[in-house]
Write a protein that binds this ligand. Structure first.
Ligand code: ZN
Length: 87
């Protein structure tokens, strides 16, 4: 194995490790929500900590829940509607 090949092989392994770590972090964060306090902070305007039941489930997100609470999400929907209706 030449030196550049070796360097590439090491890079590939490091990348794989990085991906595994990201995956692990996603699972850990999901686990926290599931077995922890059962609450989650809304990432939209209100920024409140609410029970996960106040969030829509969405498997695309790290912890399995939409980042905004139901209130903020419906508010965003209304704003979107107003904006696009007015345009
Ligand atoms: Zn909110």
């Amino acid at each position: 194995m030449t030196e550049p090949q070796r360097a590439r092989a090491i890079e590939a392994v490091q990348l794989r490790l990085f991906e595994l770590e990201q995956k692990r972090l996603r699972l850990v964060s999901r686990l926290e929500v599931l077995k922890g306090t059962g609450t989650k902070r809304c990432r939209q305007v209100c920024g409140e900590v609410k029970p996960v039941s106040e969030f829509y489930e969405d498997p695309r997100y790290a912890d399995g829940y939409y980042p905004y609470c139901r209130d903020c999400k419906s508010e965003m929907g209304k704003q979107w509607y107003r904006k696009h209706k007015a345009a």
